[in-house]
Design a protein around this ligand. Sequence first.
Ligand code: UD1
Length: 433
Amino acid sequence: MDRLVIQGGHPLRGRIRVSGAKNAALPCLAAALLTPDEVVLSNLPAVADIRTMVKVLQALGTEATLEPEGEGFELTARLTCAGSEDPKAPYELVKTMRASILVLGPLLARFGKATVSLPGGCAIGARPVNLHLEALERMGATIEISHGYIHASVKDHLKAIDHTFEKVSVGATENILMAAALVDGTTVLRNAAQEPEIGDLAQLLVKMGAQIEGLGTGILSVTGAGRLHGCEHAVIPDRIEAGTYLCAVAAACGDVVLDRCEPEHLRSLLDLLERTGCVITEREGQGGRQVRIQREVGQKLRSKDATTLPFPGFPTDLQAQVMAVMTQACGISVINEGIFENRFQHAMELERLGANLRTDGHTAIVAGPAELTGCTVMATDLRASAALVIAGLVAKGETIVDRIYHLDRGYAGLEKKLQGVGAHIERVGGGRV
Ligand code: UD1
């Protein structure tokens, strides 16, 4: 099993090119199930979750190729889904990636039936799929759960609905948006998630022939087309990857420009980092917008509080990384996790590196600045792993981050991008450390 070996204490200087957004790419890949035509998706990040989703689509009768772009941190997928008699997303694939549930809506809308393994819980919480299933039932689907699988079918076709989600859910909004794009009539989704990744999926569905109104609001109105067609689409930059590198510079000091970064998708983090004392500059660059972050060596950071909420609130996927930053800030920082019930597992590993913090339920209290010292830490989930890397970049001496298969699910070339800005970080095969 690979590990990352980090020698901390080196400021980061240079440029990092942000890859495409994993969480936008996954629903866009699932949307290829909605048409028999070819869908070409570019700027997909070269990460394990993208390969897993392509395997899920292949298991469902899709012809798919994945080709590297440029330096190999991004991929282009060509997908043609003729379909299968009995579409089934097997447990072996779904258990490795919960986002596989996103195939349920498109399969039901196009083929009238689908069997998808229940994803089960995961390290950060229970993560049920009741919101997805309730909305599909209201669209006319019959859903049974047996032997660990969701068996869904519909007589004739799904129907358009006016639906209010009981709770804001990114995945449920995406699943129903995709199903509605192939349904005759206008579906209205209220209390819909507003994450930028939903906007990107909607742009793809519009290119395929659906009409969608209300983008960027909590009420989406989708007028479906009986048949959707193929198209080409490049996914948006990854705000969480960009945010992770911004946090790395805030914690370890330096001066880094992020190329192809959309600041409007990162507003809550940029505001927070500015309030800590980092200097943030935004400008137009070649091939996209740029964000520059500066924190001089020795410059003190002010501690700030953060509460994670649905977009435009502070993203839960950056909570762990911000906690790593706050270990270096002067004073007390209160971090509230408002989305998931069990998302502080990085806290104990940060403590092992010397962080001064306490967690109680959904709240973490961080006192800084703490002098971090390197040791071996274990990654427990994708973003927790990123927080440990950030802490390792700060810590004196050597930090070894174990179980980095979590990182490989969501970060394209993390250690190479960090090496490019001067970090002393290396990937080592399990047997060699
Ligand atoms: C997506 C992101 C994930 C991010 C999360 C919240 C992808 C592939 N993943 O996950 O990185 O952390 O949004 O921004 O895009 N819930 C229910 N019932 C449901 C569905 C969700 O109770 O049917 C709850 C969840 O347990 C959680 C909250 O709703 O507490 C939000 O989850 P949701 O927005 O659905 O997250 P995902 O789409 O799984």
